[in-house]
Design a protein around this ligand. Structure first.
Ligand code: MRU
Length: 354
């Protein structure tokens, strides 16, 4: 028996509008626990510890976090209220550095705040709640459109490889890189999906394999170092990945290991597709060199998931959470407004203005 995809709502406001409910992604696949976050500190902590993760979901959570952060404000004067909002915004923006959706969503919340400057603070709070809801609702539609565009590039029966988790739980619904897989499944495409386990935090094993299996998709888990052999054996006809930030030239930051997969795909002649909402495109970054890369704790490599540490005590470890895939390795960037091909400076700018 499979769980209908629509049943998983991983980031949403509760009915009383007082808490943000998230599916705790650190506990999957063993436990399905929904957390109720009522303060901006709770939201910051959930983003920082990857309880809510995936670029679009981080943006949605931050938008709700901004609303929760000022909801109880006692200020009645706009300037004082806006100053309080700025502090909340800066605080939430410090949770993680790479996914631009975090900053995009917070900027959008601020734009809404300023647009409503003539209204009472009570009404502005309501508008901020509405804006966060809108960001979440739009993301569903955006992901659906990405899925439709991406599906037009795929053929029934194909083997697909994905890295990390760019699925339903990383977004409002459907996912980005997994959206065409779900849509294809509904149409009987019978894809065979290979999920990289995605060291060190195992988003592929814990989240993608779980999500796809729940939806009844044929998914096979592989270790990251097995991507080459499945491509060599002809099991993979396309790679689909999500991303955290796309620079103006098409360089793309995504989960650590993605660039290696892209290099392999080029070697084996497999198309490499990046699925990205336009909210993930950052034209202020000329190239991938300008994208800040998050460094995380060494213990994620040396000790996490093991009963005992699996590395010598005090060994140095280097743990960048993302890498940048060079635009020359990317076959196409699939957005909600269409598919961008090289030269990406031109095609991305056109889609952003569409
Ligand atoms: O560190 P994470 O798990 O937040 O990294 C997430 C990814 O790299 C995803 O591929 C990306 O955010 C796209 S999610 C639609």
């Amino acid at each position: 028996m499979t769980t209908p995809l629509a049943a998983i709502q991983s980031v949403r406001l509760d009915d009383e509008n007082s808490t943000l409910i998230i599916l705790d992604q650190t506990l999957l696949p063993n436990e399905k626990v929904f957390l109720h976050l009522s303060t901006m500190e709770d939201v910051w902590e959930a983003i920082y510890h990857l309880k809510v993760r995936g670029a679009p979901a981080i943006g949605i959570a931050a938008a709700y976090g901004a609303y929760l952060g000022v909801k109880a404000s006692k200020e009645e004067d706009f300037d004082a209220f806006a100053a309080e909002f700025e502090k909340v915004k800066a605080y939430l923006a410090s949770a993680r550095p790479t996914a631009v959706n975090l900053f995009w969503a917070l900027n959008r919340m601020e734009e809404r705040l300023r647009k409503e400057a003539q209204k009472s603070v009570k009404d502005i709070k309501q508008a901020l709640k509405d804006e966060a809801e809108r960001i979440r609702e739009e993301d569903e539609q955006v992901c659906l459109s990405i899925g439709e565009h991406a599906l037009s590039l795929l053929e029934p029966g194909w083997g697909l490889l994905t890295h990390c988790n760019a699925g339903t739980i990383a977004t409002a619904k459907y996912g980005t890189a997994l959206a065409p897989i779900y849509l294809g499944e509904e149409k009987g495409y019978d894809f065979k999906v290979y999920a990289d386990e995605t060291r060190p935090l195992l988003q592929g094993a814990r989240l993608t394999a779980w999500e796809l299996q729940e939806a009844g998709v044929d998914v096979t888990l592989i270790c990251d170092n097995m991507a080459s052999i499945v491509m060599k054996e002809g099991k993979v006809q396309a790679v689909l990945v999500g991303c955290d930030r796309v620079a103006a030239n098409g360089d793309t930051a995504n989960k650590i290991g993605t660039s290696g997969v892209a290099i392999l795909a080029k070697h084996y002649g497999v198309p490499f597709y990046v699925c990205a909402p336009l909210s993930t495109v950052d034209l202020t970054c000329p190239s991938g060199d300008d994208i800040p890369i998050e460094l995380r704790k060494e213990e994620e490599i040396t000790a996490a998931w093991y009963e005992k540490p699996m590395a010598p005590e005090n060994v140095k470890a280097y743990n960048p959470a993302f890498d940048v895939t060079d635009h020359e390795l990317i076959t196409a960037i699939i957005t909600e407004k269409g598919i961008a091909y090289a030269p990406f400076e031109k095609s991305l700018a056109e889609l952003m203005n569409k």
